[in-house]
Design a protein around this ligand. Structure first.
Ligand code: UDP
Length: 488
């Protein structure tokens, strides 16, 4: 392809759920013959250095950031060291990176590095102006899916739940998404009145999306048509669904997180279990539930006798996430001894599991997830049906999409503020894991989506899947603009 060895600057927000797909995209772009310059704050870059495979020549450039200057605990450069309530503070603080990012781009231009474009995080709306002022092509990369992000965008801009007394509402500019219930709103939406910190941040950030030269989505055209159409209609800009962009094997295990278990140990344990008999339970890189919810979930897992499980545990809300983890302090008394040691039915992983390896193992029959989009794509790429327990951000909308539009998910609970009953969770697990019509239908549909995904990323002589074509189109659009600029 023309333009090989041009540089593409990539700049993700400082969170695992953003760094992971950005790094996966960086590796894919590099394979297509481009140089990648990956920008982030110092501590994230130090961790990322270990993640770059030896065969890759991705260049890592750091921007200094002092979290204490922004009222955050020292060394807080990633949401994974912060309680969820402080995420907004890190987002606000991230706008202070603007001058340093601007001079980094100017220096690169000055050095004579041929720059093709900037690919920035959807939380960095301010990068559009900076990039365009320097005469460069700008694209956003959304690690979130089209449907979930469309709902997120619409709710922030319209706050529809503020103008109704009913428990239900629909989205004025996205009616095809159907009805929403108040319980499907993350805490930041519920508290939003247009003047709160999240609203103020998003009202500055979101409008910038429509000035970018286009948006790359970690999604699949055939799966996510409704949400992608929303953005095409709203922005009148190219929307390129290029997913799933997944970070696999070795590369991902080094994204700076210490595993709570050796991947080999996890796989050995899975090897001892029959196909489709294990429920994988994990709620992403930063969310956690209340202490009482955790007890109910543990009880449900203990009572579903014929199901094995791997549960990635993290301290419940109100516990110090920086202190040493002692799962026994938050799980029911004797739970680990009974289920893990005596019955050998469960594996408790503290903090971080090799998720992609787990999800691609044939013993895994379903995934109880917070519906973070990376987790969703990782499960669906392996044809694994989902059980949704959304907790924050656009996860509630992802769950709605997976239940109502795709048919591969059953919702177990919503949010972290509500009481849940172990009997209800148990019933849902039996429904999905059991040999019954619903379970079978969900597995069949998940299998169909797996095939759809395979087709989208197929790149063979004479055939290119939709995601491969979208990536070609994005690179050509950037190359065309830069060619025109150099002619001027
Ligand atoms: N992840 C992992 N091990 C864990 C928990 C999470 O590897 O124990 C990875 C997961 O595979 C995914 C990412 O962290 O790639 C989480 O992203 P997602 O969008 O699902 O959720 P977020 O953390 O952004 O809420």
């Amino acid at each position: 392809m023309a333009g090989s060895k041009e540089n593409i600057v990539m700049f993700p927000f400082m969170a695992q759920g953003h760094l992971i797909p950005f790094l996966a995209l960086a590796l894919q772009i590099e394979q297509r013959g481009y140089n990648v310059i990956f920008v982030n704050t110092t501590l994230n870059i130090i961790k990322l250095r270990k993640s770059i495979p030896p065969t890759s020549s991705i260049r890592l450039l750091e921007i200094p950031f002092n979290s204490s200057d922004h009222g955050l605990p020292p060394g807080s450069e990633n949401t994974d060291v912060l309680p969820y309530t402080l995420v907004i503070q890190l987002l606000e603080a991230s706008t202070s990176l603007k001058p340093a990012f601007t001079s980094l781009l100017s220096d690169l231009i000055h050095d004579g590095s041929p720059l093709l474009c900037v690919v920035a995080d959807i939380f960095f709306g301010w990068t559009v102006e900076v990039t365009h002022d320097l005469g460069l092509f700008h694209a956003f990369f959304s690690g979130a899916g089209g449907f979930g992000l469309a709902c997120y965008h619409s709710v922030w801009l319209n706050l529809p739940h503020r103008s109704t007394d009913s428990a239900e509402f629909s989205l004025p500019d996205f009616p095809e998404a159907g009805k929403f219930h108040m319980t499907q709103l993350a805490a930041s939406f519920v508290a939003a009145d247009g003047k709160d910190r999240w609203s103020v941040f998003q009202h500055k950030n979101l409008p910038a999306w429509s000035y970018s030269d286009g948006v790359l989505f970690n999604s699949i055209e055939e799966l996510d048509k409704i949400g992608l159409s929303y953005f095409r209609r709203k922005f009148n800009r190219p929307i390129w669904p290029i997913g799933p962009i997944l970070l696999l094997g070795e590369d991902r295990s080094r994204v700076g997180r210490k595993h709570g278990i050796k991947p080999e140990e996890c796989i050995e344990w899975l090897d001892t279990k029959p196909p489709n008999s294990v429920l994988y339970v994990s709620f992403g890189s930063m969310n956690t539930m209340s202490a009482s919810q955790m007890i109910q979930l543990a009880k449900a897992l203990e009572q579903v006798r014929n199901t094995n499980f791997i549960w990635v545990v993290r301290p419940p809300l109100g516990f110090d996430i920086t202190a040493e983890f002692r799962p026994k302090e938050w799980l029911p008394e004797g739970f680990i001894e009974r289920v893990v040691v005596d019955q050998k039915r469960g594996l408790i992983v503290v903090q971080w599991a090799p998720q992609v390896e787990v999800l691609s193992h044939e013993s895994v029959g379903a995934f109880l997830t917070h519906c973070g989009w990376n987790s969703v794509l990782e499960a669906l790429s392996g044809g694994v049906p989902l059980m949704g327990w959304p907790m924050a951000a656009e996860q509630f909308f992802n769950a709605k999409f997976l239940v109502e539009e795709v048919g591969v998910c059953v919702e177990v609970a919503r949010g972290t503020n509500f009481e849940v009953r172990h009997e209800d969770i148990k019933e849902k697990i039996e429904l999905v894991m059991g040999e019954n019509a619903k379970g079978k239908e969900m597995r069949r549909k998940a299998g169909e989506v797996k095939e759809m995904i395979k087709e989208a990323i197929r790149d063979e002589e004479g055939f290119k899947g939709s995601s491969v074509k979208a990536m070609d189109e994005f690179l050509s659009a950037a190359a065309l603009l830069m060619k025109e600029k150099t002619k001027l």
